[in-house]
Design a protein around this ligand. Structure first.
Ligand code: HEM
Length: 510
């Protein structure tokens, strides 16, 4: 099997999840035995999950090679039902494509499915599960999640409001600078917005943006763009690098030097830049400056953290903030540019609430159509299409089936959100579907933020960033696509970034 096959099959699992296909040889054997009727481990004699037939040794890896995995998973659901089992090399995986069964996994059966089995790449990049999103549900997870929710996310996000206001102001200014040249020069929103979001992430975490930074461990000065590459872009790509041994754990004694060197280099550079940022901040504290950022909070309230834990806790919001929010915003603006009537409806709503004033976070609750645009974009273009793989660590039951310990669990958000039984004309981007609700929109409807105890800690921050940014851009400019020739919905990378950046023509509104 060639490297491309393994890589494609890995990307198959939706970015972060892709790389989480790790080794479970012993547990795998146990699971095979229980599939073969090991009654002791299935005391309730529940049926076994339907199996998608595959090839000896490779299982279903080849079928996941060409197509988008979340699409292949959705297609298989038509034949095998909303829950089925596949093989990725030597690993057994159960795939869920139904809201009800997904909720069962997120909530009622959580205690049996609360851990993760990481790929080699993710194990290295996360310093062996030292970030909230990739850790097991243990005391470390609970402590760090409490810290980030106390200072930066959840309702605490309101504390860093000033940085978000500045970000949206800068975004608007940069678009106004570019507008006179549009339509001759198309606007690449991603380029501008990603940079502003990185600034926001640095300010929330360290209180300040940087222009450059001296990285003592590497003996070099890095520009801001180089630091972005090392802290965000490289690890995002590294996370979907797959070591073929992840699929065949019994071969893990064979060295894979190129892979290890590449990922370890990413780790070393990331650690060096994080150390430099922390040292720079400590010098500021020594000189009496108080910036009231997340690092200030952790240095005073979480003194028990080791140096590595501190580095990882500070790195997590830096990698998680810019990408997911940029992906969602770019897709929303793409859809609005493609649907001028819906864009006009949104503009009228914003105009009726804000008039000549700028949109603010307080006004969001008066704009149901803007909320509907946000949720419909998450339904169709969820940045995380497959929830980072969970690991079944004790026998459990899902959807009425027996699921043995040692199974990986993939929750296919795309499959759930494209289910025609639940969503009418699911292929259409139609924010109106969220307006018929009599109750406020429930985040659980699209499950784009996961669910249960491991629900995304940054959902509130993401909503504030994305909705105010979309609102401001639509209030001030009319958007159309540079090349509006059919769908351009291919994706790339760890999250579901558009393959081709949206190129837009923007016209300032009076
Ligand atoms: C539209 C934007 C976002 C989407 C769609 C999103 C989606 C997700 C998903 C699907 C998970 C996994 C949940 C699970 O395993 O069940 C997650 C976890 C997480 N996200 Fe987000 N996310 C977004 C933005 C953010 C932002 C801005 C942050 C800020 C730092 C953030 C921080 C986290 C954290 C800390 C976790 C781990 C929660 C846990 O395991 O307890 N996310 N997110």
């Amino acid at each position: 099997m060639d490297v491309q096959t393994v890589r494609s099959a890995a990307v198959a699992f939706g970015g972060p999840a892709a790389a989480v296909v790790g080794g479970v040889s012993l547990l795998f054997l146990k699971s095979v035995l229980s599939h073969q009727g090991g009654g002791g481990s299935n005391p309730n004699h529940l049926p076994f999950v339907p199996v998608v037939p595959g090839l000896p040794l490779l299982g279903n890896l080849l079928e996941l090679k060409e197509k988008k995995p979340y699409k292949t998973f959705t297609k298989w659901a038509e034949t095998y039902g909303p829950i089925y089992s596949i093989k990725t090399g030597a690993t057994s995986m159960v795939v869920i494509n139904s809201n009800d069964i997904a909720k069962e996994a997120f909530v009622t059966k959580f205690n049996s499915i609360s851990t993760r089995k990481l790929s080699k790449a993710l194990t290295i990049l996360t310093d062996d599960k030292a970030i909230i999103a990739m850790s097991d549900y243990d005391d470390y997870h609970k402590t760090i999640k409490r810290h980030i929710l106390t200072n930066m996310l959840g309702p605490a996000a309101l504390k860093h409001r000033i940085h978000r206001d500045t970000m949206v102001e800068n975004l608007s200014n940069r678009l106004h600078d570019l507008a006179p040249n549009s339509p001759h020069e198309a606007v690449n929103l991603r380029k501008i917005f990603q940079s502003e979001l990185f600034t926001l992430a640095l300010k929330q975490t360290f209180g300040r943006d940087i222009e450059s930074i001296y990285v003592g461990d590497l003996g070099i000065t890095m520009t801001r763009d180089e630091a972005f590459q090392v802290l965000v872009l490289d690890p995002m790509m590294g996370a979907i690098e797959v070591d073929w041994r992840d699929f065949f754990p019994y071969l893990s004694w064979i060295p894979n030097v190129n892979f290890e060197t590449k990922i370890e280099q990413m780790y070393i550079r990331r650690e060096a830049v994080m150390k430099a940022l922390i040292q720079q901040h400590k010098r500021r504290i020594d000189s009496g400056e108080n910036l009231n950022s997340y690092i200030d909070y952790l240095l005073s309230e979480a003194q028990g953290l080791t140096e590595k834990e501190l580095i990882m806790s500070l790195w997590e919001p830096i990698i998680e903030t810019p990408d997911t929010t940029m992906v969602t915003t770019e897709w929303a603006m793409y859809e609005l540019a493609k649907h001028p009537k819906k864009q006009a409806r949104l503009y009228e709503e914003i105009q009726s609430v804000c008039r000549s004033e700028k949109i603010t976070e307080e006004k969001l609750c008066m704009m149901p159509y803007l909320a509907a645009v946000f949720h419909e974009t998450l339904r169709m273009h969820s940045p995380v299409l497959i929830i980072p793989l969970r690991y079944v660590h004790e026998n459990t039951e899902l959807g009425g089936y027996h699921v043995p310990a040692g199974t990986q669990l993939a929750i296919n958000i795309y499959g759930c959100n494209m289910d025609p039984e639940i969503w009418k004309d699911p292929q259409d981007w139609n924010p109106e579907r969220f307006l018929s609700e009599t109750e406020p929109i429930d985040l659980q409807r699209t499950m784009a933020f996961g669910g249960g105890k491991r629900v995304c800690a940054g959902a509130m921050l993401a909503m504030l960033i994305v909705c105010v940014s979309i609102g401001r851009m639509v209030h001030e400019f009319e958007w159309s696509l540079k090349n509006n020739t059919g769908d351009d919905i291919n994706t790339l990378g760890l999250t579901t970034q558009k393959l081709n950046p949206m190129l837009a023509v923007i016209k300032p509104r009076n």
